[in-house]
Ligand binder design. Structure first.
Ligand SMILES: Cc1ncc(COP(=O)(O)O)c(C=O)c1O
Length: 385
């Protein structure tokens, strides 16, 4: 390994960006790229968005940090907007998705008054710190770190029966994604989330929905559980909320929030004023028209991908602007991502065979068409094994 000074936690692409504008990024050599990755579902409004930047700069010119020991009107404004958009009541701000889930796990246990078991799903991803890692249903992420936090179990994603069978008198919550982003862009079967809501209500268990990746408009609804017309007891989100500044969000029902008192949880940086300024603007920008546009762009892109009729593709799935393309056996999604990068497009992967396409909400038909023709040319060159 060449010494870079960085701990070797990422195998990085050999490209360095120096600037960005809208859906475009520019590397050190001035080469232009179109961003279909969005910093892993983060920069939904693209790079350098003028309205978001203006709010951020205004806050930077005032102050960057004073701590959560003092009243913050912008935090309260954002919390009220999030309550309105989620159907829930009270928000805790942190800095990342994993922290948002840690808070959810702690709040659930506090509410449970001794009940501590949490049921999660196989292939789910909830983060890298110990609570959320223990909720994560992918053993490859546990390797070398066990023992995990006790009380977590994992059942087949999409199966209500499997959850039913795991419930014990100690069960306090179920944590689930509506679309397993890291796990392969696996969309929950229709009715699953609604059935979970009913089951949780019946058994007096909390339903925690992890919308770290799917929330904040990515699927064409503000929160993706809104496709099933339900409200969970806790929702977590992060990635897209501040368009690239670090912010984690845990929104709870009044019943859960009633159990939380000063000192029960906290974060020095959580709800940082600059990130909150960006988030207040992001939430305002995500009006009904913008959400419809995201859903429409997603349908256009999925239809166009189907229309390519490529034998190398096994399955296309997703909702709105989170789309997974699964290739037939032997085709490496990493290799395709690398070829797309060489040709000026950033995309993500989910495991060895799934390409994760996460365009910004401001993408236009022109860029979609450019992507599709490059993608087709690259995939057509790959022979089927
Ligand atoms: C569904 C989900 N939950 C939690 C996380 C963890 O978020 P973070 O990397 O901000 O800690 C991720 C990150 O990919 C995610 O997709």
């Amino acid at each position: 390994m060449n010494y870079s000074g960085l701990l070797n936690t990422y195998s990085r692409y050999p490209v360095e960006f120096v600037s960005g504008n809208g859906p475009f990024l520019y590397d050190v050599n001035g080469k232009e790229y179109i961003d279909f990755l969005c910093g892993i579902a983060v920069t939904g409004f693209g790079h350098n968005h003028p309205a978001i930047k203006s709010e951020v700069l205004k806050q930077i010119n005032n102050f960057w940090h004073v701590s959560n020991l003092f009243t913050s009107t912008p935090q309260e404004e954002l919390a009220k907007k999030l309550a309105e958009r989620s159907g829930l009541n009270y928000t805790f701000f942190s800095n990342s998705g994993t922290e948002a889930n840690e808070a959810a796990i702690k709040f659930a246990r506090k509410w449970g008054k001794g009940r501590f078991e949490i049921i999660a799903t196989e292939n789910g991803f909830h983060g890298r710190t110990f609570g959320s890692l223990s909720a994560t249903g992918q053993p490859k992420f546990w390797e070398g770190y066990e023992p995990l936090v006790p009380g977590f179990s994992h059942v087949k994603f999409g199966s209500i029966v499997a959850i039913h069978e795991k419930i014990t008198p100690n069960t306090v919550a179920i944590i689930v994604e509506t679309i397993q982003g890291e796990g392969g862009v696996n969309v929950a079967p229709e009715g699953y989330i609604k059935a979970l809501r009913e089951l949780c209500t019946e058994k007096e268990i909390l339903l925690i929905i992890d919308e770290v990746q799917t929330g904040i408009g990515r699927t064409g609804k503000f929160f993706s559980y809104q496709y099933e017309n339900i409200v969970p007891d806790i929702v977590t989100t992060a990635k897209g909320i501040a368009n690239g500044l670090p912010l984690g969000v845990t929104i709870c029902s009044k019943e859960v929030a009633d159990e939380i008192k000063p000192g029960n949880h906290g974060s020095t940086f959580g709800g940082n004023p600059v990130a909150i300024a960006a988030a207040n603007k992001v939430v305002d920008l995500l009006d009904e028209d913008q959400l419809k546009e995201i859903a429409q762009l997603g349908t256009t892109l999925q239809d166009a991908l189907h229309g390519l009729n490529l034998q190398q593709i096994k399955n296309i799935r997703g909702k709105g602007l989170i789309i997974g393309v699964e290739f037939t056996e032997g085709i490496s999604s990493k290799e395709i991502a690398l070829k797309l990068l060489e040709n000026g497009f950033l995309v993500g992967t989910s495991g060895d065979s799934v390409l994760r396409i996460l365009p910004p909400f401001i993408i236009t038909q022109t860029e979609l068409m450019k992507f599709l023709s490059t993608f087709r040319a690259i995939v057509q060159e790959i022979s089927i094994k």
